[in-house]
Write a protein that binds this ligand. Structure first.
Ligand code: SF4
Ligand code: SF4
Ligand code: SF4
Length: 311
């Protein structure tokens, strides 16, 4: 995370004013939003995943995240999301002894709580792709996004001098000038090397990407073609849960047992109200608080630059 300069600070505070007005709305007034028509996403299918974790290492490589190593210097597979991993494969086992691998990363919520909780708009949802991105130039490191996320996704580089918020951004940095083309199988794809790294390396198509509407069609096709009872309740997680997500799941086990809470069809943005009420109760107004935080960081940055020039 870098300290904001004057331009980004003013931009952030201007956005903050708008966001604060939005957050002043009562929870009952929250309307359900739809994903953008061309929203991108991923579909993960537990019945296809073999737990090879190729997607985990591809994600770390694509995002320049240094993997953890053992004493011999060999890569260690991460146990959970952290400041060093945006994507993890876990092995879960139910009380009855049924097992499943499960992938975890940002869900790219249709109406994200993290973005609603961030008063400086450092987290934003792209109006075209629906990708929820993080802007280092606007972030002041308050970590309210971490408290607001209903899927416990954003992590923080606590061990870094200039820490970043770490979460999947659907590999948007790999796209460049590439364009999406519809390919066989009905999923829009970028040329190889420009799409989400985890999807490109998966040997089983356990995780695939494309437009959200295409992924929903693919998920329902798999349900229709599979023997009865293959998929839990013949449902696609994320179609409506938490107001809808752009990362969708098919599972042979109950969703709650693989770590996907049984959220109702209600925007996760609504949950940000509770976070903000708890944080701001008895404190100064949110915009003023953010202004103070950003101004202190700007001052410290200038002091640091001055000391560097003198040395
Ligand atoms: S609320 Fe959490 S899961 Fe949803 S977009 Fe934000 S970080 Fe991702
Ligand atoms: S889309 Fe990219 S950042 Fe997100 S989990 Fe896959 S490889 Fe990691
Ligand atoms: S690469 Fe594919 S099969 Fe291997 S762990 Fe990841 S999602 Fe599962």
């Amino acid at each position: 995370m870098s300290a904001p300069n004057r331009r980004t600070l003013l931009k952030g505070l201007a956005l903050a004013g708008g966001t604060a007005a939005l957050e002043a709305a009562p929870a009952a007034a929250i309307e359900r939003r739809s994903a953008p028509p061309a929203a991108l996403g991923m579909l993960y299918d537990t019945t296809r995943c073999i737990g090879c974790k190729a997607c985990v290492f591809a994600c770390q490589q694509a995002n320049d995240l240094e993997p953890e190593r053992d004493a011999a210097g060999l890569h260690l597979a991460p146990a959970d999301l952290s400041g060093r991993t945006k994507n993890v494969i876990k092995l879960v086992e139910t009380d009855e002894g049924r097992r499943s691998f499960v992938k975890a990363q940002c869900m790219h919520c249709v109406d994200p709580a993290c973005a609603a909780a961030c008063m400086l708009a450092a987290l934003q949802k792209d109006p075209t792709t629906g990708i929820v991105s993080w802007d280092a130039a606007l972030c002041v490191g308050c970590r309210y996004c971490m408290m607001a996320c209903p899927f416990n996704v954003p992590k923080f580089e606590f061990d870094q001098a200039l820490p970043k918020v770490v979460k999947c951004e659907l590999c948007r940095h790999r796209v460049g000038n590439a364009t999406l083309d519809r390919v066989e199988g009905g999923l829009s794809q970028y040329p190889k090397g420009h799409g989400p790294a985890c999807c490109e390396v998966c040997p089983r198509e356990a995780v695939v990407y494309g437009r959200r509407d295409e992924l929903l069609a693919e998920a329902h096709r798999r349900i229709a073609e599979a023997p009865a009872g293959t998929y839990f309740e013949d449902r696609v997680y994320g179609e409506s849960e938490a107001g809808g997500t752009q990362v969708l799941y098919l599972s042979h086990l109950p969703f709650a047992e693989i770590g996907l809470p049984d959220y109702p069809d209600r925007p996760t943005r609504a949950d940000a109200y509770g976070v903000q009420e708890a944080i701001y109760k008895g404190f100064i107004a949110p915009v003023a608080l953010y202004g103070v935080l950003a101004a202190v960081m700007l001052r410290n940055r200038r002091r640091g630059a001055g000391e560097e020039e003198r040395s």
